[in-house]
Design a protein around this ligand. Structure first.
Ligand code: ZN
Length: 339
């Protein structure tokens, strides 16, 4: 009951990549980089286990950015044709590669990482893959001619990959779809269909992470424009309730999302964000517990998974550790009340 997990990423050690940055370049190369990534995954697992996190991830230690880990392994994407575009409805600029031909997986993408992860912990593991709409929003298309077509092509490839990862022992596959909070009409028109295609026939549990982004300035500025109550989820949750997806990860800590909206998710699991990733102070266990108790007014405890609001990759490493410990301790507090 109230099993804890994290959205996905954790800060990387400074010897592996420049700290407190997205898209940070690696500080190692060749075999040393491979070994460094594995060591960083071990550390990420130990930090989660010691903090009492029940469903663990690899902290996304092996990828430079949550979208590129997948896209770099696709045929049909030309990384020599980089284009600067505005992503997430022009909230920030990114240099992205170009789709020039039909997309295909060159082969297994994350299988080696998952085999390693599975061998390093006895806890249930969650693995994250970017969702079809978010990839489509972070790439320049010169082939498909429509975001829906591109998204559905990506969904088929994500499904191939996810089936293989489930067969390797992944307990939860989570698709990351921050774009779902930006393009609500597209979510309705093709986003949910793409999500359903991506998780079709999977033998493991599934979830989708929808958020208001990392705690970086472009996002905190954007949030200021969203008004006193953030109701984006209100349009999306009833659609998700009718979808194949098993659970939804959202941000509830220090956000202006009315908690009652999680009641729109029907019988889905709810990964309740109880850790703010945009603050430079660690929550107390009592603060985490208060968010969980509030969520329990709208969803049964058996369907609540206390979680972080979003990925913690841009945070200070010690701060992220303290936040992990608060998450574990806060959930334990509420569990004791229920016992
Ligand atoms: Zn997020």
């Amino acid at each position: 009951m109230l099993d804890t997990t994290i959205a996905g990423s954790l800060p990387k050690p400074a010897w592996l990549a420049a700290p407190k940055a997205l898209w940070a370049p690696w500080r190692l190369e060749g075999a040393a980089l491979d070994e460094g990534k594995r060591d960083a995954v071990r550390l990420a697992l130990r930090d989660q286990e010691e903090a009492g996190i029940d469903i663990v991830t690899d902290g996304e230690q092996t990828r430079r950015h949550f979208v590129w880990g997948f896209v770099e392994q696709l045929d049909g994407v030309d990384f020599s044709k980089m284009v600067t575009i505005g992503i997430r409805a022009d909230r920030y600029k990114a240099d992205v590669p170009t789709v020039t031909a039909p997309l295909r997986r060159r082969g297994p993408i994350h299988a080696d990482e998952v085999r390693f992860l599975r061998g390093e912990t006895r806890r249930p593991v969650k693995f994250t893959i970017p969702g079809p709409m978010t990839i489509a929003d972070t790439i320049h298309d010169a082939h498909y001619g429509s975001r829906a077509k591109l998204g559905m092509a990506l969904a088929a490839l994500i499904n191939e990959e996810a089936r293989e990862l489930a067969a390797l022992g992944v307990d939860v596959i989570q698709l990351d779809e921050p774009a779902f909070n930006v393009y609500m009409d597209e979510v309705r028109d093709w986003g949910i269909a793409a999500l359903d295609r991506a998780v079709k026939g999977l033998a493991c549990k599934t979830a989708v992470h929808i958020c208001y982004g990392y705690g970086i300035k472009a996002n905190t500025d954007w949030k200021k424009t969203l008004g006193g109550e953030w109701r984006q989820y209100e349009q999306t949750f009833p659609l998700l309730a009718a979808s194949r997806i098993g659970g939804v990860s959202l941000e509830c800590a220090n956000s202006r999302v009315p908690m009652s909206l999680i009641g729109l998710l029907g019988g889905k699991d709810v990964l309740v964000g109880a850790i703010d990733v945009a603050s430079d102070r660690a929550e107390t266990a009592a603060e985490v517990a208060a968010v969980i108790r509030e969520a329990m007014k709208h969803v049964k405890a058996s369907q609540i998974f206390p979680c972080t609001n979003c990925g913690m990759v841009p945070l200070d490493r010690e701060l992220a550790r303290a936040k992990l410990r608060a998450l574990g301790a806060g959930a334990a507090l509420v569990r004791r009340e229920l016992a």
